[in-house]
Design a protein around this ligand. Structure first.
Ligand code: BGC
Ligand code: IFM
Length: 812
């Protein structure tokens, strides 16, 4: 069942009922001011850091869950009142529609012949959220209505705001000037910033004290002031400061009233604050307000935003016979990749914004999906990440975006972490040809005195693997590898300890076949890069290490029909036919095959057949099988999840992409694409009732076949699934791969396809590529003609002339 549809021309998903199976959200902002907004206008805003600079309040895990806060509008109409987004008033609407687009959301509701449409967005280069509100009388009689706005301020630090009530109920301060409500809590001492909510029209009244507006025993569904049709003009003094305007509007039949509301954030210099003795200087706010005084200015900013997204999305696009594929690749997957660039894993409807900062492995993988869109910002991100690397080549697992400093709250020693940096740098250089990044002096541990060229960071990342191997010569897993929950060194935890804090372990020899697989794939890329930059000695050394690891994998990392997953701390196999549960895991199959293990003796294909057989379901591939039904202390957190959820045999959409890539590597395009369609949102849209999360973005996990809620997704938006699935489809299946010397054409497609077209901007040149498949093969370029001339091989050269080049490729 569906709850909306894709409007491809507008790049929007149109939701046609407010009661979606779960709140379906969008993100506004892509620079410093960010907002989350659901299809009923729930959500919140923050500046740069969802924990430390939260602007509006949101109660996670609220009942009902999307009434945790938002930017709400109410229409009071002759004793009746309602909200254009249905919630919070929840009065039945004659029409409802929510359009989530690229960086904006439009929500429209109609009741009793009045329609109200609100367009929400964050303009480019602007620290604020703009709402264009259009109220129209669609009836035949004159109407007198009152529009109420409403939002609730967060007292800045979202974590403290949620806990420290004994203090916070006394600090709230606001100021009202004309139609602008200023939120200035803590400005006198701890803050050099404030926020405001304004409207470009005179107001009838206002409220800034939550209880005065809502009433102590009412809720968002029926605020007392709205019930009465009249603001109370309350001025907050402690408790919970809010911002609400009311505006009386008279409309003749057919008449429309347009208003512009702005929620803004301002920082002032500290000195200014001391000099003014804590009185806020409003100059910057006034300039921001003046900027959107008219609807014309708003429309111009919306057009600028659309142009921004058109430019970002024009770097890679496909034209195929499959609309679902087109919209997935051209719009939504790339959009989600940009959101993961902005947000990492910090703020979604599943990530509270106060927990995690930027993940080292997460952000390095995210980069793979957006480097072609914003190479300059990818460069910056690489340097930020590498600056948190430790001197031994390991890494802090996370850093806080506001300070960019490594934070140790979850500990380091995840032994896969360093390799992801190598992969990100390789992707960046292949995209841009900017080898200069390797010379960039980059600190270790954020300490400038320890700065070394970035190339040194890569070497130490590579060496971190070979310096930390176990009894079989396989890499030690450390606290965990990519799979956070495979905690093989924690079995001797003290009571009360978690794997994240545990240090009380004597052995610590658990080994990861997944890291070994990653090393054969990413280490090989490192060797090639060293060769490319003329460091032959390092290239040879790296190459030898990679070959050695491949041999070890084939000797001690092979179980008979598939790759093992690990050795536990007692040297026992994990992911083996010998095990009672968890006989096979997905991660090592994907990476070992991508790394060329078993390529020449059929074992790669054998492993992938086992994946299909044991892990395949109609909703995607589960992570392991059989699911753990018992608790194994020597495996750690993985066996604590109920069977079928998360890392215990859930369908982790992130690693499904590794199997797609691996299938492409062995040349099986039909299987690669089949797996792609099992989890890509444009295809899962059909069963949104089962899937439940947004049908336009990937979720981290779908409940696996052992789960009671098989097929139900969780953790939408912020997941490495976005970048890896984009890599799988754009590079491995459709086969357009950036290489050091040009763009390689190397598809692995379903044999039934006749062909498709790709537009790819690469280092300034624009390639218009038509791929024809007359012989219905999966792989192999038979011939290639570029601008009318035959080109040998399958690599498009870099012209560097910034012009359009026509390419015709015949497969077979
Ligand atoms: C994962 C969870 C896991 C947690 C460890 C997260 O990164 O998404 O599945 O339980 O780390 O506590
Ligand atoms: O690899 C991790 C990631 O860092 C956070 N989410 C879960 C993944 C698998 O455990």
């Amino acid at each position: 069942m569906k709850f909306g549809y894709f409007d491809d021309a507008k790049k929007e998903y149109v939701i046609t009922t407010p009661t979606t199976p779960y709140p379906w959200i969008n993100y506004l902002g892509s620079q410093e001011f960010f907002s989350l907004i659901s299809n009923t206008a729930g959500g919140y805003s923050f500046y740069k850091d969802a924990k430390l600079r939260r602007i509006t309040r949101f109660r996670y895990n609220n009942v009902p869950l999307d009434l945790g806060g938002g930017r709400y509008y109410y229409l009071f109409d002759n004793g009746d009142f309602w909200s254009p987004g249905w919630a919070p008033a929840k009065k039945e609407l004659d029409f409802y529609e929510c359009r989530h687009g690229m960086g904006y959301t439009v929500i429209k509701g109609k009741r009793n012949n009045i329609s109200t449409e609100v367009t929400f967005f964050v303009p480019q280069n602007y620290n604020g959220e703009v709402h264009k509100v259009v109220v129209k009388n669609e009836g035949t009689e004159k109407k007198q209505v009152t529009l109420f706005s409403y939002l609730e301020w967060c007292l800045w630090n979202a974590d403290d705001d949620d806990r420290n009530f004994q203090r916070n109920f006394n600090t709230g301060e606001v100021e009202i000037k004309g139609s602008t409500i200023y939120h200035k809590t803590e400005y006198k001492e701890r803050r050099d910033h404030y926020a405001f909510f304004t409207v470009n029209s005179p107001i009838t009244g206002y409220d800034t004290d939550r209880e005065s507006f809502i009433g102590t025993y009412n809720g968002y569904q029926n605020p007392k002031a709205v019930e009465a049709g009249k603001s109370t003009n309350s001025v907050a003094d402690g408790w919970s400061p809010v911002a609400s305007h009311s505006i009386d509007i008279t409309l003749n039949p057919g008449e429309t009233k347009e208003l512009v509301f702005v929620l803004g954030y301002v920082e002032n210099a500290l000195e200014e604050k001391w000099e003014s003795k804590g009185v806020i200087n409003k100059t910057k706010a006034e300039a921001m307000i003046a900027k959107f005084a008219t609807v014309e200015a708003v429309d111009a900013a919306l057009a600028e935003l659309a142009a921004h997204w058109d430019a970002l999305l024009s770097k890679y696009s496909v034209e195929s016979a499959d609309d679902k594929l087109n919209r997935q690749v051209n719009v939504w997957n790339q959009y989600q990749c940009m959101v993961t660039f902005n947000l990492s894993r910090s703020a979604s409807y599943f990530e509270s914004g106060v927990g995690r900062g930027m993940g080292f492995r997460d952000s390095n993988q995210d980069l793979l999906g957006f480097v072609h869109q914003i190479p300059d910002r990818a460069r910056e991100r690489i340097i930020d990440l590498a600056s948190t690397q430790l001197e031994d080549g390991g890494a802090y697992h996370q850093y806080q975006p506001l300070t960019k400093k490594g934070n140790d709250s979850i500990g380091g020693n995840f032994n896969d972490d360093p390799l992801w940096l190598v992969l990100a740098v390789v992707a960046y250089i292949k995209e841009t040809g900017d080898y200069g990044i390797l010379d960039e002096m980059t600190p270790y541990n954020n300490d400038a005195s320890l700065a070394k060229p970035l190339s040194d960071h890569l070497k130490r990342a590579f060496d971190h693997v070979i310096n930390n191997v176990g009894p079989h010569g396989l890499p030690l897993i450390g606290r965990a590898d990519w799979n956070d929950c495979l905690n093989l060194n924690c079995f001797s935890m003290e009571p009360g300890e978690s794997f994240q804090t545990s240090t009380s372990k004597d052995g610590k020899v658990a080994e990861s076949v997944m890291i070994a697989g990653m090393f054969t794939y990413i280490g090989d890329e490192y060797a090639k890069l060293m060769d490319k930059v003329g460091n032959k000695e390092e290239a040879t050394r790296a190459d030898n290490e990679v070959k050695k690891m491949r041999d070890i994998v084939m000797k001690d990392g092979w179980d008979g029909n598939w790759f093992l997953r690990a050795y536990d701390d007692f040297g026992k196999k994990i992911g083996s036919e010998e095990n009672e549960e968890g006989k096979i895991f997905i991660e090592s199959q994907g990476f070992c095959v991508m790394g060329g293990c078993g390529a020449d003796d059929g074992r790669a294909v054998q492993a992938l057949d086992a994946v299909e057989d044991r892990l395949g379901t109609k909703y995607g591939l589960v992570l392991n099988n059989p699911a753990f039904t018992k608790y194994y202390v020597e495996y750690g957190e993985i066996s604590t999840y109920p069977a079928g959820y998360k890392e215990n045999a859930g369908i982790f959409c992130h690693n499904n992409a590794w199997i797609m890539c691996a299938e492409a590597v062995v040349g099986r395009g039909d299987k690669a694409f089949d797996y792609y369609t099992r989890i890509a949102p444009a295809y899962t849209e059909e069963y949104s009732d089962i899937h439940r999360t947004e049908p336009y973005v990937y979720s981290q996990m779908v409940a696996g076949k052992d789960a009671k809620r098989f097929g139900e997704a969780k953790n939408s938006w912020l997941t490495g699934t976005a970048s890896w699935n984009f890599i799988a489809i754009s590079q491995y299946i459709l086969g357009i791969k950036p290489e050091y010397d040009g763009l390689a054409i190397d598809p692995a497609i379903p044999t039934s396809w006749d062909g498709y077209k790709i537009t790819r901007e690469f280092r300034g040149d624009i390639f218009k590529i038509e791929i024809k498949n007359p012989n219905h093969v999966s792989t192999g370029v038979n011939s290639m003609v570029v601008d009318g001339k035959v080109v040998e091989g399958n690599v498009l050269p870099v012209f560097g002339d910034g012009k359009e080049h026509t390419v015709e490729v015949i497969l077979g």
